[in-house]
Design a protein around this ligand. Sequence first.
Ligand code: HPA
Length: 247
Amino acid sequence: MTDLAIIGGTGLTNLEGIEITHRQMMYTPYGEPSAPVTHGNYGGKSIIFLPRHGARHTIPPHKINYRANIWALKELGVTNVLAIAAVGGINPQMKDKELVIPHQLIDYTWSREHTFFSEGLSHVTHIDFTEPYCPELRDLILDAAKQLPFKIHQQGVYGATQGPRLETAAEINRMEKEGCDIVGMTGMPEAALARELELCYATCAIVVNPAAGKNTNPITMSEIEKNLAEGVHQVRDLLNQILLKLA
Ligand code: HPA
């Protein structure tokens, strides 16, 4: 059984260093996941990898089949899910290329299929989501991060927006007042669906731009891609440490 899955975000459609054993097409009651699931070994440990936006990065945040992705991982016997996500920095301390391990989130998304608990129920179910990220997996990540020479923020509030457009400066000001430190488009409903299926889920966010209005320049895709390409190396180093801890 493989117990760790990585959901790769923008900039991480494959995992360098993963020795691929096979790829598996999956079908779930909710449709197909974003891509065939990659099974492999990474640092001597078996691991599953799923690119959230599809193998060729073609699925925008609001079109991702989050339910199929999470269901497929559960069906494969995964117990821990590490989600990698690119984000904009709202808190001025969270700068480009730095990593953030969020401890809380606020959901601003709408109209996404966001629950497994809506049809054919024998009883109405409400999950406890007080702590949206799994404390055990967060602790393991933060412990792994201690060995690394670069800045990793130990907590932060992730604001999940609908996308695919970026936010207005006023929206970011409002989110800042409401307590958000970082902003991304994929954190929800992914985290809640993982909790519904009792998966231990945590996120490693890479800051790839100052959020709207936090810099005088407009936000460009080339800036995002450049920061991502550099930040992804740090994610890989962190992953290696996490896998050493799990071994
Ligand atoms: N806003 C929302 N999502 C993002 C951003 C942003 O500024 N940067 C990367 N993903």
